[in-house]
Design a protein. Structure first.
Length: 383
């Protein structure tokens, strides 16, 4: 009868609007295919694609990951075609004649109808068919395609290549976005890069925390893949700075810990004591604390316990030592001594070995009580 129900009308309208939405991305798959061949070579074959309103997925043949600089070039070629506001033309042609067009791309193994629809960006299909062997056509994007397309590349507005990954042997996959999503991706990348540049002004623990946070975020946000590589490189430089600073601090902590513990041991010896209890300010640097204990045992032959706390976490690291070749070794069990001292700060330790034992506490606010208990326990056992 020719009548259309309300339901059919709504369905048709929704489908039409959806096709309008996906048209920019459909055309961009053509531009992307062209850019891939331009940058990577003629061996590139399209292996499938999915076009959605907000993004596109493009699979292609290539044997290795694409370098970030090549991804930047590919993205740039597509964006240049968008900025050049090229007309998009289509026309049905006899298949044998269309196949003669220089540089025309087709999906490998695909069976095309005759006649076939040719889509060309930047030149009329009639011009290509009139002089199919013209070398100029190799610098254009032309393909067999029956899909919905925009009429001008400017309708895509922008293109952002978000990722490039391998999905099987010899097959790579690109995820990209256009229109508003592309602008959002570029803007997000710009803001994140500014954060990284700002983070470079921080020092010490502040820099380390910012670097760790940025390292997580750069993998979570949707930004152009080439720009992601740039930002990761900057973060890697900051990580290197953090490692250098940590090594410097560790070296300083080691020196300071040994000096303070040695002085404390000498002071205790001059007071007639045969052990010493030391509190350091090297945070949770367990290596520095352990080295201080080892040096006092080695140089002074004295039993020693060293504490260091971290105010921000309210934790403590503790190490105790009793020279294993001394008479004290039989009187003062290092594990029992450390376990007793850790009680006020809610800590625990492992079994001592060769006169050394280490532990940690989770309530550094009670470190004064721990110091007193360590001293009274040692006095009781050694006197």
């Amino acid at each position: 009868t020719g009548e259309v129900s309300v339901g059919d009308e709504v369905t048709c309208k929704v489908d039409y609007e959806r096709r309008k939405l996906i048209a920019p991305n459909h055309t961009c798959t053509h531009m992307l295919n062209f850019a891939l061949k331009e940058v990577l070579g003629d061996h590139i074959d399209q292996k499938g694609s999915i076009v959605l309103p907000e993004k596109l997925r493009f699979d292609f043949s290539h044997g290795e990951p694409v370098d970030p600089e090549d991804l930047r070039k590919i993205e740039s070629i597509v964006n240049t075609q968008i900025k050049d506001e090229l007309e998009v033309y289509s026309k049905e042609s006899i298949l044998s004649e269309a196949k003669r067009i220089k540089g025309l791309r087709a999906v490998f193994g695909e069976v095309y109808p005759d006649p076939v629809r040719v889509v060309a960006i930047g030149r009329r299909v009639e011009d290509l068919l009139a002089d199919p062997e013209n070398d100029e056509w190799s610098s254009l994007s032309s393909e067999f395609c029956g899909g919905t397309h925009i009429t001008n590349t400017r309708e895509a507005k922008a293109f952002a290549l978000l990722s490039e990954d391998g999905i099987s042997k010899g097959i790579r996959r690109i995820i990209a976005v256009t229109t508003k999503s592309a602008f959002d991706a570029v803007n997000t990348a710009s803001l994140l890069e500014k954060e990284v540049d700002e983070a470079s002004k921080a020092v010490g623990n502040a820099l380390e925390k910012k670097v760790n946070a940025l390292k997580r975020r750069v993998d979570e946000v949707d930004i152009p893949a080439a720009k992601r590589a740039d930002i990761k490189a900057k973060i890697a430089q900051l990580q290197n700075e953090v490692r250098k600073a940590q090594k410097k601090i560790a070296k300083e902590n080691l020196k300071k810990s040994v000096e303070i513990a040695t002085e404390a041991a000498e002071s205790a010896a001059s007071d007639g004591k045969n052990f010493c209890i030391v509190q350091l300010d090297v945070g949770l640097d367990a290596a520095a604390v352990r080295e201080a204990v080892s040096k006092v045992m080695q140089k002074k032959g004295m039993s020693v316990m060293v504490f260091s706390t971290d105010e921000s976490t309210n934790k403590a690291v503790v190490c105790a030592g009793v020279p294993d070749k001394s008479d004290q070794f039989k009187q003062l069990d290092v594990t029992e001594w450390l376990t007793t001292a850790l009680s006020p700060i809610k800590g625990k330790c492992g079994k001592g070995k060769s006169g050394l034992a280490s532990g940690q506490g989770t309530d550094a606010s009670q470190v004064s009580s721990a110091l007193d208990l360590a001293a009274s326990f040692a006095s009781m056992k050694l006197n």
